[in-house]
Write a protein that binds this ligand. Structure first.
Ligand SMILES: [Zn+2]
Ligand SMILES: [Zn+2]
Length: 828
C-alpha cells in the first residue's frame, strides 16, 4: 500500500503532523492541540495534554474538504460514513494540501485489491479465516421455508451465472417453468434479473423479486407473461397476484421512454399492479447529505434542527420504505403472492423484500434461536433436530460411523473455530442423546417431553447440546440470513453504494443504511420482538463501510467468488458470532410476537435515529443505557448468588469444626449436589452463563467434572478410563468446597474480599482499567473482583475466585487478574 508523506516520520508505518488543532463543535473557543498521526489504517489525533485520542478509520472517511484559511491555519473538514465530522486546523497550508490529497487517496483505493480486508490479519487468539463464511447456506435457508416443494424448485440454469450474473448461482423458480421460459423472461428483464423466489410464507404466498421489464411503450414477451402466471399458480390459494413497482409512478413512466418500464395489466393475466413511492438512489443520497448537515450544526436551535430534519425528507423516505414493505407483508399474510421490482431490482427491491420478511417471519428477528426462559421449547426443538439428524444420517449411510463426523467437513464447519473441542462435544452429545432416546423409550414409552424440563439430568445433557446448538444456530444467525439472501446473494452494489473504491460519486447511496434505519424503527417500536440490539445494527453499518472483513466486498455473489473472498479475507459473521453477547437484546421475548410483527407507521411513530446519526456527540445519549444496565444487573445478581453459596459453605464448615465433627466428615458433607438440592441455583448458573459468556468462552467456563467423566458408558472415548465407575444417576454438577481452610482470620478475610459486593454503575464510565476508551456504544462488562467496568477485551481474562462457590472462573480486569498461567485467555 502506498503512503504519502505528510509531516515527519513517526515510525516505520506512520507519519505525524505536529501542532494540529482539533475543533470540537461544542468547544470552539478551546480547541485541543496535539499531534496527528497517519497509521496504516487510521488517522489518529492525540491530545497530549488531555490524554485524549480521536481515531478515524481511513476507510470510513466519506469526504475531505478544505475550508478558507484563517489566522490560525488551514482548516480541513473530515466527514466519515459513520456520521462523525471533525475539523482540523493545520498550521502550514502546504501540509494541509498534502494531507487533503493523502486522505482522498487513502480513503478511496482505486483497486478493490487494495482494500484493507485483503491485508487484514487477525490476532492468533481470534477466529480462523474460515469461520463465518459457511454460516449461511442458501439451500438451508430455503429448506427452512419448505422449498423445494411441489410448487417451487431449485433451478440449475444459473449455475455459472449464464442466466443472470448478479443473481446467486442457486435460484428457486416455479416447478413448471421450463428453461425456455426462464431464458425468455431473463432476456425481457433489465440486466437479466428475472422473477425468482425470495421468500415463501407458510400460507404458500410468495415474495418474488426481479427488475423492471423491457416493455417500453408496447413491447411484450410471452415467456415473461407465462413466468408471472406460473408464479401466480404456484400459490394455489389465490387466483391473482400483485406486481409491486416500488418506484413512484412518474419514475416508471420516464423509464418507458428508455425501453424499460412496468407490466401492463392488459397483457399479464390476473395481476394487480401497484406503484409505491420510494425515491431513487439520488434522492436518498441528497436527503442524507441534508440530514448530516443538520446534525453538524453548532448547538442548533429547536427550529433550525426541526426545519433541517424536515427539509432533508429523511423520515419521509424511511416511512415510504416501511409503508411499501408493510403493504407487501399484508398482501402475503392475506394469501396473495407478490412480485416486487424497482429499476434494477437491487436497491429498493432488496429493502422492501427484507423488511416484509422481517415483519412476516419472527425467525428473522432473532440472532440465534436459543433463549433461556424458553428452554423447554428449545429442548423439544433440539431433540427433534437431533433425531432428524440421526435419521437422515441413517438413511443416507447406514454404516456411517461417528468417525464420519470427523471426515465430513459439514460437521466440522459447524464447529467453527474450536474444532477439536466441539468435535469431541458433538461425539459426546450424540452418544448421550442417543442413549437418552433409547433409555427413554425403554423405561417409559409414554414419558412426555415435559420430563426433560424437570429432570436435571436431561437439562445438563442439554447444556452440552446448547453449546453445539449455539454454534449451529450461528449458521442461522438469522438477520444474517436475511442480509445474506436478499442483499449479498441477490446482488446489491455495496462497493459503489458504500463507496469502497473510487467511483462515480452519484453511484453512492445510503440504501443499506436505510434498511438498518427501518429495522431500528421496528426495533424501537417492539423491542421485545428482536433478539438483537441497536449495537448489532450499528456494527453492521460500520463494517459494511469499513472493508476490514470481506463480507460486504463486491456487488454480487459472482464478484465474491471471483475475488475468492472466503479464502482470502475474514468474515464479519465469524467476528460477530464470537461477540454475540454484545448484540443480545435483554428485552427479547419471542412469545411477545410469535407471528407477524405489525409496525405502527403513522407519521408520529417514525423517529430520528439519534444513535446512528448523532452517535459521536457526547452528551445526547442516555447515561445508563438499558441494554447495558439490564445484563449487568442480572450478572451482578448471579455473582452475588455464587458468593452467597460460598459463604454458606464456609459457615457450615466452621459450624462443623466448632461442633467438633472431624474434618474428613465435614468435607464430605460440604459436597453440594445440585441434583438433589437447589434447582434454582442450577438455573441461575446457566442463565448467567448465557448472558455473560460468548461462544468462544463457553467451553472454558465449564467447571466441575470433566465431560468425559459425565459421558455414558458406551462412550467410545471412555475406554481406558475404566476406573471411573459411576452409578447411573451420576450427579452431573457436583461442586466441592476446596479442602483448604484459611489458617487465620486475616487470610479468611482476604479470601472473602476477592469478590466485589458493589459494582460500579455504567453511568459516566469513559475508560476501562486497561485504558481502552468506553463510549456510549461500547459494551461495558464488570470485573467480578473489584466491581469496576471493563471492556470486552478485558472480560476475556478469567480466573478462579476463591470466594465464589466452585470456585468459578470469573471475568476480571487487568488489575485483578493474577498474572499466573491460571488465567484463561481465549486461546487456552
Ligand atoms: Zn478488577
Ligand atoms: Zn479493558
Amino acid at each position: 500500500m502506498l503512503y504519502v508523506f505528510v509531516g515527519s516520520k513517526a515510525n516505520d508505518n506512520s507519519w505525524k503532523l505536529e501542532n494540529v488543532q482539533l475543533l470540537d463543535k461544542y468547544n470552539v473557543r478551546n480547541p485541543s492541540k496535539g499531534t496527528l498521526y497517519f497509521a496504516t489504517t487510521h488517522l489518529i489525533f492525540v491530545d497530549h495534554e488531555m490524554r485524549k485520542e480521536t481515531w478515524i478509520l481511513l476507510m470510513h472517511i466519506s469526504s475531505v474538504e478544505r475550508l478558507p484559511i484563517t489566522t490560525t491555519g488551514s482548516p480541513l473538514l473530515v466527514r466519515t460514513k459513520t456520521f462523525q465530522s471533525v475539523f482540523f486546523v493545520i498550521p502550514r497550508e502546504r501540509d494541509c494540501h498534502e494531507m487533503h490529497q493523502t486522505l482522498l487517496r487513502l480513503s478511496q483505493p482505486v483497486h478493490i485489491e487494495e482494500l484493507y480486508c485483503f491485508h487484514y490479519k487477525s490476532t492468533p487468539d481470534d477466529l480462523p479465516k474460515s469461520a463465518g463464511w459457511n454460516f449461511f447456506d442458501i439451500q438451508t435457508e430455503y429448506q427452512r421455508m419448505n422449498v423445494p416443494n411441489e410448487h417451487w424448485v431449485l433451478c440449475n440454469a444459473n449455475k455459472d451465472y449464464e442466466l443472470c450474473d448478479t443473481y446467486p448461482s442457486e435460484v428457486y423458480v416455479p416447478a413448471r417453468a421450463s428453461t425456455a421460459i426462464l431464458l425468455g423472461s431473463a432476456s425481457f428483464r433489465s440486466r437479466g434479473r428475472l422473477p425468482v423466489l425470495a421468500y415463501l410464507h407458510h400460507n404458500k404466498a410468495a415474495i418474488t423479486r426481479c427488475s423492471q421489464p423491457l416493455s417500453g411503450f408496447s413491447a411484450r414477451c410471452m415467456e415473461d407473461e407465462q413466468m408471472l402466471d406460473l408464479i401466480r399458480r404456484a400459490n394455489p390459494n389465490c387466483d391473482y397476484m400483485y406486481v409491486v413497482d416500488t418506484r413512484p409512478r412518474i419514475n416508471a413512466m420516464v423509464n418507458r421512454a428508455a425501453g424499460k418500464g412496468y407490466e401492463n395489466e392488459a397483457f399479464y393475466e390476473n395481476i394487480k399492479f401497484q406503484f409505491m413511492g420510494i425515491g431513487n438512489i439520488h434522492v436518498m443520497r441528497k436527503s442524507l447529505q441534508k440530514l448530516v448537515e443538520t446534525c453538524e450544526q453548532n448547538t442548533p436551535s429547536m427550529s433550525s434542527f426541526l426545519s433541517g430534519l424536515e427539509s432533508s425528507g429523511w423520515l419521509k423516505h424511511i416511512k415510504s420504505i416501511l409503508d411499501t414493505s408493510w403493504w407487501i407483508a399484508c398482501a402475503v399474510a392475506s394469501g396473495a403472492s407478490v412480485c416486487v421490482h424497482c429499476s434494477d431490482g437491487w436497491d429498493r427491491t432488496a429493502q422492501a423484500c427484507s423488511l416484509a420478511a422481517l415483519c412476516l417471519d419472527p425467525h428473522y428477528r432473532t440472532i440465534n434461536g436459543y433463549q433461556v426462559p424458553h428452554r423447554y421449547l428449545d429442548c423439544v426443538r433440539v431433540r427433534v433436530r437431533v433425531r432428524a439428524l440421526l435419521r437422515r444420517r441413517d438413511r443416507t449411510a447406514r454404516a456411517c460411523s461417528l468417525a464420519a463426523l470427523c471426515l465430513d467437513p459439514h460437521y466440522r464447519t459447524i464447529n467453527g473455530y474450536q474444532v477439536p473441542h466441539h468435535y469431541l462435544d458433538c461425539v459426546r452429545v450424540r452418544v448421550r442423546v442417543r442413549a437418552l432416546l433409547r433409555r427413554r423409550d425403554r423405561t417409559a414409552r409414554a414419558c412426555s417431553l415435559d420430563a426433560l424440563c424437570f429432570v436435571p439430568h436431561y437439562r445438563t445433557i442439554n447444556r452440552y447440546q446448547e453449546k453445539i446448538e449455539r454454534v449451529r444456530e450461528m449458521m442461522s444467525f438469522l438477520v444474517q440470513a436475511l442480509i445474506e439472501k436478499d442483499w449479498l446473494s441477490f446482488g446489491h452494489k455495496f462497493s459503489s453504494r458504500c463507496g469502497h473504491v473510487a467511483c462515480d460519486g452519484r453511484e453512492r447511496s445510503p440504501v443499506f443504511t436505510q434498511l438498518l434505519d427501518c429495522t431500528w424503527q421496528l426495533l424501537r417500536q417492539a423491542p421485545e420482538a428482536f433478539q438483537f440490539n441497536e449495537r448489532f445494527l450499528l456494527t453492521l453499518h460500520d463494517h459494511a463501510h469499513a472493508c476490514q472483513y470481506g463480507t460486504f466486498i463486491g456487488n454480487c455473489e459472482k464478484d465474491r467468488r471471483d475475488l475468492r473472498l472466503s479464502e482470502r479475507t475474514f468474515s464479519l459473521w465469524g467476528y460477530m458470532a464470537s461477540h454475540l453477547n454484545e448484540y443480545k437484546n435483554p428485552l427479547y421475548n419471542p412469545k411477545a410476537h410469535p407471528d407477524i410483527l405489525k409496525p405502527e407507521l403513522s407519521a408520529q411513530n417514525i423517529r430520528f435515529w439519534r444513535g446512528m446519526y448523532c452517535r459521536h456527540e457526547s452528551g445526547v445519549h442516555p447515561r445508563e443505557p438499558l441494554h447495558d444496565l439490564l445484563p449487568a444487573a442480572v450478572e451482578h445478581a448471579s455473582a452475588l448468588r455464587h458468593h452467597i453459596n460460598y459463604l454458606a459453605k464456609r459457615i457450615s464448615t466452621f459450624r462443623n469444626l466448632l461442633s467438633g465433627k472431624n474434618a474428613e466428615k465435614s468435607r464430605e458433607s460440604a459436597v453440594v449436589n445440585y441434583q438433589n438440592g437447589n434447582i434454582d441455583t442450577v438455573d441461575i448458573e446457566t442463565k448467567t452463563e448465557d448472558l455473560q459468556i460468548d461462544n468462544k468462552l463457553l467451553y472454558e467456563s465449564v467447571g466441575g467434572l470433566s465431560e468425559l467423566e459425565c459421558a455414558n458408558h458406551d462412550h467410545p472415548l471412555k475406554e481406558g478410563l475404566t476406573s471411573v465407575t459411576k452409578p447411573n444417576n451420576i450427579p452431573l454438577i457436583t461442586e466441592r468446597v476446596e479442602d483448604y481452610i484459611p489458617a487465620s482470620f486475616s487470610q479468611l478475610e482476604s479470601e472473602v474480599n476477592t469478590v466485589a459486593l458493589d459494582w460500579k454503575s455504567v453511568k459516566n464510565v469513559t475508560e476501562c482499567s486497561c485504558s481502552t476508551p468506553l463510549d456510549h456504544y461500547s459494551r461495558k462488562h464488570h470485573c467480578w473482583g473489584c466491581g469496576r467496568c471493563v471492556c470486552t477485551r478485558c472480560v476475556c481474562r478469567r480466573a478462579p475466585l476463591p470466594a465464589l462457590a466452585a470456585p468459578r472462573h470469573a471475568p476480571l480486569c487487568a488489575a485483578c487478574a493474577p498474572s499466573s498461567p491460571d488465567v484463561l485467555s481465549p486461546a487456552s
